[in-house]
Design a protein around this ligand. Structure first.
Ligand code: ZN
Length: 286
């Protein structure tokens, strides 16, 4: 399993290979959330993030491998830049992977209550406050069809929009670097979501890029919002009018917790997504 410890080792390597490493803020438990940038600082920037959901930690390994791959294949001068937040929900990932051993004692009772007494947290999606970060963004917050309004292993929208430090950190970095396109990596389903109440011409623009990503990955492009709200992609589309995608990796037949034997296939499907996405941003925005 790919953990925060692995991430810290990798960002050390990446920094020595020419990546710029910084931090976008801290998690609830005070863990710094790494940000990796490669390329130049021209207006052509994209942002890719993984593991906003705890049990989807395979996506952190994917994002890290994508950074190595771009650096080895293209170096740091490929026209434009890429920001990566490989692990947004670090506390949740560590809880899903290691259970309460990675959580301060003062929070054990709360977490066990929310998890209905089960000390196995491998299916957990939320952050350490039991808020589902991908429902916590101020984009039609609280209107999602699967939303719940009490702390929960998944789908709890939080007490108010952007209540969580991880949500705020991702919002702040997005406002600071103004990416022209974003990709959020999730599991599972082999699907790509692109829609959140866009109007033309952005509707066609965003769907077209979605088709290109669908052809590249072989994943199904899903039209419609399907009752989604409060997600990072939703917020990016609503507030910045940029193309923004949720990519659900991993064959849906894999059960949770997802065996990392699934990784090789995910890698082959997604290794060229960052450069393809950047090229699309350049084509659209010049
Ligand atoms: Zn997810």
């Amino acid at each position: 399993m790919y953990s925060y410890y692995d991430l810290l080792v990798d960002i050390g390597f990446l920094s020595r290979m020419g990546a710029d490493v910084s931090y976008i803020g801290n998690t609830v438990l005070g863990r710094p959330i790494p940000l990796v940038h490669i390329g130049d600082y021209s207006p052509n920037q994209i942002l890719i993030q993984g593991s906003i959901h705890a049990r989807e930690h395979l996506t952190s390994q994917l994002v890290i491998e994508q950074i190595y791959y771009v650096l080895r294949r293209y170096g740091t001068n490929f026209g434009g830049g890429m920001y990566f937040v490989p692990m947004v929900n670090i506390d949740g990932v560590m809880l899903a992977e290691f259970g309460l051993d990675e959580v301060p004692l003062s929070r054990h009772e709360f977490l066990l209550d929310v998890n209905l007494g089960n000390s196995d947290f491998s299916l957990w999606k939320a952050n350490i406050n039991a808020v589902d970060l991908n429902t916590n963004f101020p984009a039609r917050w609280g209107t999602g069809v699967q939303n719940v309004f009490v702390p929960s292993p998944s789908d709890y929208v939080g007490p108010y929009p952007a209540s969580e430090p991880e949500t705020q950190a991702l919002m702040n970095i997005t406002r600071r670097v103004f990416p022209q396109l974003t990709i959020s990596y999730h599991t599972k389903g082999e699907e790509i979501y692109w829609e959140f109440y866009q109007r033309e011409p952005n509707f066609s623009r965003d769907r077209n890029i979605g088709e290109i990503l669908s052809n590249l990955t072989t994943y199904t492009l899903i039209d419609g919002t399907l009752g989604s709200a409060g997600g990072y992609k939703d917020w990016c589309i609503q507030d910045f009018f940029i193309p923004s995608y949720t990519i659900e990796t991993v064959d849906p037949s894999y059960p949770y917790p997802i065996d990392y034997i699934a990784f090789q296939e995910v890698w082959e499907q997604n290794k060229d997504v960052p450069m393809t996405a950047l090229n699309q941003a350049k084509a659209v925005f010049g």
